[in-house]
Design a protein around this ligand. Structure first.
Ligand SMILES: [Zn+2]
Length: 156
């Protein structure tokens, strides 16, 4: 499922990309009309904290998800519960530009990542558009654990 987060949900959009979801995140200059059009045209779930936008989305028969909390963990758990997918596909998409990441061999990244990272990690990914390398840091692992906890709680 493809997603669209409104401009109030930047951190959520970033983490949804980390979890592998094709997530559109329009910048602050994109007006509501265009956001609705994009969601409709690309069949994206509209995720928003803006009540008015949610109401307008429903009127044009978009699938919508209204976020009420400002807590990032709860926001993520709410989205994952709504679309009934667990966060298993981590680090498949660039957090900056939404491009699918390429898996790269460890020996190819030696000069591109900090030496401590190189020593302690074995899996690396690369965004050819941003020329940026990714690896699974402890903050990813902590986030996944936290989200799994919350989505399991939501299921009960
Ligand atoms: Zn990128």
């Amino acid at each position: 499922m493809k997603l669209l987060c409104d401009h109030m949900l930047g951190s959520l959009a970033k983490w949804l990309r980390i979890f592998g979801f094709d997530t559109l995140y329009p910048d602050a200059t994109t007006d509501d009309d265009l956001i609705l059009q994009l969601a409709k045209h690309e069949k994206r779930l509209l995720i928003s904290r803006d009540k008015e936008l949610i109401i307008r989305g429903k009127k044009v028969k978009l699938e919508v998800l209204e976020i009420q909390t400002t807590d990032l963990h709860e926001q993520l758990a709410q989205v994952l519960t709504h679309i009934q997918i667990d966060c298993t596909q981590v680090l498949t998409r660039c957090t900056l530009c939404n491009t699918p990441l390429l898996s790269v061999e460890k020996k190819a990244v030696k000069t591109h990542v900090p030496s401590k990272v190189f020593e302690t990690r074995d899996q690396f990914w690369y965004c050819a558009v941003c020329n940026k390398y990714y690896w699974m840091g402890t903050h990813y692992e902590n986030m996944i654990e936290k989200i799994n906890e919350l989505t399991n709680k939501n299921k009960q």
